[in-house]
Ligand binder design. Structure first.
Ligand code: SF4
Length: 228
C-alpha cells in the first residue's frame, strides 16, 4: 500500500474523529510507531492532556533549539510532571549545526529553522510512522485548510487532533482540566517559539502575528505536507 492509499484509508475510517477519540484511534493504528511533537508553548497543555488521558507512555518529542525562553523550559518540566508524561524526548541540533546556526536567525531564518528544528526532528522521528501535532485551523494562514490527517513530505502521517477546535474549545479545555498556563501568556504571548522570533501581540492581531514578525515567514518547516 502506498502512503497515499494509507492516508485515504485513514481518512475514510477516522476522518470524522478528532480530539481524544482520534488520538486513541491513532494509538491503536500505530501502537509502536506514533510520536507526539510539542513545543510546550501557549496551548500545548491541551494536546498533552489528551496524550495523558490516552496513554502517558506515548513518546513526546521536544525540540530544544538552543534559543528557547527559560520560561518554556520550566513549563516543560511543570507539564511533564503534572501530567505524568513518561517519555518526553529532547532533541537538539548536533554541535556542528548549532555552530552553523549561530546568529543565523538574523540573516537566514529558514536555514536557522532547518538546523535547529527540521534536522533534529528528522533524527528524532527515525522509526516512527506517524506524528501527532497541536496545529489548529483557527491559527490562520495555511493552517486554515488543515485536515486532521495529512501526509507529510517526509513520508510520515501527520495527525492533528485539534485541527477543528476553536479558540473557545481550547479555553474551555484549559478551564475544565485546570491546566497550567505558559508563564509568557500573561505577558501577551499567544504563540511561543524561539525568543528571537516570538513577540507578544495586541488584542486585535492574529494569533500567530508575533512569530517572525516583520517578515514573510510564517512557518518553521517541520509541518510541510502534500496537498491532497
Ligand atoms: S524560530 Fe527563529 S531562532 Fe528558532 S530556529 Fe527558527 S529562525 Fe532560528
Amino acid at each position: 500500500m502506498t502512503i497515499e492509499d494509507e492516508i485515504n484509508r485513514l481518512r475514510r475510517t477516522y476522518g470524522d474523529l478528532n480530539g481524544q477519540d482520534l488520538l486513541a484511534a491513532m494509538r491503536r493504528e500505530f501502537p509502536c510507531s506514533l510520536a507526539v511533537i510539542s513545543s510546550f508553548g501557549a496551548e500545548a497543555a491541551v494536546l498533552l492532556d489528551l496524550v495523558a488521558r490516552v496513554d502517558r507512555t506515548i513518546p513526546v518529542i521536544f525540540l530544544d533549539t538552543g534559543e528557547l525562553f527559560d520560561e518554556t523550559l520550566a513549563y516543560r518540566e511543570q507539564l511533564t510532571e503534572s501530567l505524568e508524561l513518561s517519555d518526553v524526548r529532547v532533541s537538539r541540533p548536533d554541535p556542528l549545526d548549532a555552530r552553523r546556526a549561530e546568529e543565523l536567525w538574523r540573516t537566514d531564518p529558514d536555514a536557522c529553522c532547518r538546523f535547529r528544528k527540521v534536522l533534529p526532528l528528522e533524527r528524532a522521528m527515525t522509526g516512527f510512522q506517524a506524528m501527532v501535532d497541536g496545529r489548529k485551523q483557527f491559527h490562520g494562514g495555511d493552517r486554515q485548510a488543515l485536515r486532521t490527517i495529512e501526509m507529510g513530505l517526509d513520508g510520515v502521517v501527520k495527525i492533528s487532533p485539534l485541527a477543528r477546535w476553536s479558540e473557545e474549545d481550547i479555553e474551555t479545555a484549559f478551564e475544565a482540566r485546570h491546566l497550567p498556563r505558559h508563564p509568557l501568556r500573561a505577558l501577551g504571548y499567544r504563540s511561543i517559539g524561539c525568543w528571537p522570533c516570538s513577540r507578544p501581540i495586541g488584542a486585535d492581531e492574529p494569533i500567530r502575528a508575533g512569530r517572525w514578525a516583520g517578515s514573510a515567514k510564517t512557518e518553521c518547516g517541520i509541518h510541510r505536507v502534500n496537498k491532497q
